[in-house]
Design a protein. Sequence first.
Length: 95
Amino acid sequence: MPNVTEYLQEATDPTWQATVREWLANSVCEFTFHKLNGEVRVLKGTLRPDILGETKDPYEPSKDVLVLWDTEKNAWRAMRWDRMMNFKIMPALDR
């Protein structure tokens, strides 16, 4: 398991989380996070309706977890807010 000590402190703030959800509704964002199995993963995801299409929305399992559409795997993924290491908004997609 990697020795991860640097998590985004703001990631556990509910106001910041709401802002991230707004960005996800309009763009693709890249997250680096520490998975529960010890791996570090980079995920490009969104909540843009035009990208999700007819995909069924999953439920949010808890306030501690972000559920989003993985644009590279074309599947729903979840990550814990408190394990987020990096975040950035990706350039606009033409879809």
